[in-house]
Design a protein around this ligand. Structure first.
Ligand code: KMH
Ligand code: ZN
Length: 278
């Protein structure tokens, strides 16, 4: 087992600034969080942006400005979310790629998402995948359920490998409507990777109280980690998360205990097949 790639997902589209005042919602706040998390050992940042009212937006200008600001301030790999919020139309989600990130997320199927539906039609997935191939943007395939891995196998068989040639997936576990955040579910997902190209890597994140079991299971299974306030705003019972750095610091200590210390961004670029040097 190699070193651990740590992704920070600092903001997301669902948590309100009022519910979590430490949530980074402005570009300046995102830059501060990114620098702190990089210094601790994160190598990838999964970005959702907010508007002036701290509401989720996919405004292209702001996405470009954010990408540039993070690149100026850090060596982190910039991964923009094409998932956005459940209310975002497909054309806005596709336009995210025009901001020119190193990576972008690509969710591999529709899933119930709390009381909502996170819609990812097959034709939309194909469009995202092929546009990323054309633009040299490396996807992170988001897997909310076991069947999403079968969809990924079908996608790669029909449309070929992603930009960079390496396949990296992220198990997003514990969403109400998706797979549970359990060791058993993670092991089932890992077993299904046997149907994907050799060398496929995975990270995992557990939403809410599944954060810790998923983190420990992923480390034990040779996987990588995603943590951040997109996925959890409670550090421990009755203890709100103080910052994204606090979550990254905890992930780093677990990774070190597992003797799989954090992977620097340059190594992460090589692993993921990202051509651009940070
Ligand atoms: N906000 C969720 C509806 C992604 O970033 O690609 C979708 C999401 C996945 O967060
Ligand atoms: Zn996201």
């Amino acid at each position: 087992m190699g070193n651990t790639l740590i992704t920070v997902a600092p903001t997301g589209a669902e948590v309100g600034k009022r519910d979590a005042p430490a949530l980074p919602v402005t570009i300046d706040e995102l830059v501060v969080a990114a620098k702190e998390c990089e210094a601790l050992g994160a190598s990838v940042i999964h970005i959702h942006i907010r508007d002036d009212e701290a509401k989720p937006t996919l405004d292209l200008g702001r996405l470009r400005d954010t990408t540039e600001a993070i690149r100026t301030a850090t060596g982190l790999i910039v991964q923009l979310s094409t998932g956005g919020a459940v209310t975002d139309p497909e054309e806005d989600r596709l336009r995210v790629l025009e901001a020119g990130p190193d990576m972008a997320s690509c969710t591999m199927g529709t899933v119930n998402f709390g009381d909502d539906v996170f819609l990812n039609r097959w034709a939309f997935i194909v469009d995202l995948h092929t546009r990323m191939q054309d633009r040299g943007i490396v996807p992170e395939y988001e897997i909310f359920d076991l069947g999403h891995l079968a969809a990924l196998e079908r996608l790669l068989n029909k449309y070929g490998l992603p930009a960079g040639g390496h396949v990296h997936v992220d198990f997003v576990m514990g969403v109400a409507g998706g797979m549970p955040g359990t060791v058993e579910a993670l092991v089932a997902c890992k077993a299904a990777l046997a149907n994907l190209p050799e060398g496929t890597t995975f990270s995992a994140t557990g939403i809410g109280r599944t954060t810790l079991p998923v983190l420990m299971a992923s480390l034990a299974a040779g996987g990588h980690l995603r943590v951040g306030m997109e996925d959890t705003i409670t550090y421990a019972r009755s203890q709100p998360v103080e910052s994204n750095a606090q979550l990254v610091a905890r992930a780093v200590s677990f990774a070190r205990l597992a003797q799989r210390p954090p992977m620097p961004p340059a190594d992460a670029r090589r692993l993921l097949g990202i051509a651009r040097v940070g």
